[in-house]
Design a protein around this ligand. Structure first.
Ligand code: GLC
Length: 442
């Protein structure tokens, strides 16, 4: 009868989980990952010359939508003339995000800082004559927001890089190993520069798919970064040498078996600035965010500023609304852990770290009664988060001779609904304990 007894403990998922990559031992990185696990929300920034014409970042020439020459003409139009790092950092802070990740170099090879490894940077090759990164990181750090550097390993502009346009390559590594060695020296030199100049808390590599770990010398790259900053976090795009997984744009339905993961997502359909009005609404962004957090992940929400450094109004609005929601409901998000496995509640949930407080998320327009299944615990207090409106739980169908818990019905009081997603806070009599069996079939 009690064989299906299931005790949900903090760390249950950890025992099932793996890191983003198999080369790294999850135990050895646990402590440095803690701020990331608690952070839940990061803001991704794609800023680069592609914003001048509002075309796909790097991919537009690679995919031959525009010629390489046409693409590079954008260098002349990149001004950053209204760039205000403090304003960006204020907005990020207002959104509630605990970290930000910004492009230091995209696949087009244009560095957004003053690299000494070549002349292809916004500092040397555009009218901006600026370093995008330093002032931004300084402003973030003043606000206690962690700093992440996006860096594309592949560099379609480098004459020593094999790949260039779709369906064509400059050379084969096997035929010209010295040329590839020059590229290794070049990109690793840039990583060294970024480490020394900006000391990122997090490295967000991209483009690893074009080569193997041996070719990138991933282990060496990891060591290079960690020897400068042992607590730097590395995303899972270094061919097996990263710390966490980075699913992109697509939403998991079942809970991912990773200790740490982060969904990166655009606010419209593009990473960089584009003439694209398919904006996600604040409601959509917040529901996706809650879903990621309830499944044990973070959301890295992207914005693409214009070439002059201004941020499109719609993105500002999404970040502000997200921030306002976080201020009302952040207790259910930050420093929590992923919620109950599916089946107990028809919606996302999170748990406090001691797992004695359970948060249920309900779309604001869903009226009426919520149902919880298989909860052994007694509910000591139930209320709408951010208000003192109480919710009275009613236990239904508890059979005296059976150990199977009854169902819990919870009426969300009228007028207590959040504008976007309402959070119901349940204080339990101890760490949550769940029944996972087949009820009367047992
Ligand atoms: C992809 C794309 C790139 C974008 C990145 C963000 O890997 O290559 O353009 O920057 O996703 O996740």
């Amino acid at each position: 009868m009690n064989s299906k007894f299931y005790c949900f403990l903090v760390g249950l998922f950890a025992s099932l989980s793996v890191t983003a990559q198999t080369k790294i031992n999850p135990d050895s990185i646990k402590s440095k990952m803690q701020w990331f696990a608690d952070a839940k929300l990061g803001i991704f920034i794609h800023e680069g010359i592609y914003a001048v014409d509002g075309i796909d970042e790097s991919w537009s020439f690679y995919n031959k939508k525009v010629s390489y020459e046409q693409y590079m003409k954008q260098l002349a139009g990149f001004t950053l003339k209204n760039y205000d790092a403090a304003k960006w950092a204020d907005l990020i802070q207002e959104s509630g995000a605990r970290y930000a990740v910004i492009t230091t170099k995209h696949h087009d090879g244009v560095a957004t800082y003053d690299t000494k490894m070549n002349d292809l940077s916004i500092a040397k090759a555009t009218p901006a004559i600026k370093d995008l990164i330093k002032p931004f990181f300084e402003e973030l750090r003043k606000r206690d927001i962690k700093c992440g550097a996006y860096f594309s390993l592949l560099d379609w502009s480098s004459p020593d890089y094999p790949g260039f346009l779709k369906d064509s390559t400059r050379y084969m590594i096997a035929n010209e190993p010295a040329r590839w060695a020059r590229f290794q020296h070049f990109f690793q030199g840039q990583i060294g520069e970024i480490s020394k100049q900006f000391n990122p808390d997090l490295w967000w590599f991209d483009g690893d798919w074009e080569h193997t770990a041996d070719e990138w010398q991933s282990e060496k790259v990891r060591t290079l970064i960690l020897s400068h900053n042992p607590s730097a976090i590395i995303n899972g795009r270094l061919q097996g040498y990263g710390d966490y997984a980075t699913p992109e744009q697509n939403f998991p339905v079942t809970r991912p078996a990773y200790n740490w993961w982060e969904l990166c997502m655009t606010t419209n359909d593009n990473w960089g600035f584009h003439y694209d009005n398919n904006w996600k609404t604040p409601f959509e962004v917040i529901t996706i965010y809650v879903d990621a957090v309830s499944n044990g992940g973070n959301l890295l929400l992207d914005m693409g500023p214009k070439e002059d450094g201004t941020i499109p109004e719609e993105q500002v609005n999404v970040l502000k609304e997200l921030g306002a929601w976080n201020r009302r409901n952040g207790e259910s998000i930050f420093n929590t852990i992923g919620g109950m496995p599916q089946g107990h509640f028809y919606g996302p949930t999170t748990l406090s770290k001691d797992s004695a407080t359970l948060y249920l998320f309900v779309h604001s327009k869903t009226p009426g009664t919520l149902i919880l299944k298989g909860l052994y615990n007694k509910i000591l207090n139930a209320q709408v988060l951010g208000s003192n409106k109480k919710v009275s739980p009613k236990v239904v169908g508890k059979i005296s001779w059976s150990s199977v818990p009854g169902l819990v019905y919870l009426d969300v009081p009228d007028g207590a609904q959040d504008k976007y997603v309402t959070v119901i806070k349940l204080e339990l009599d101890g760490p949550v304990r769940l029944y996972r069996g087949k009820g009367g079939f047992d």
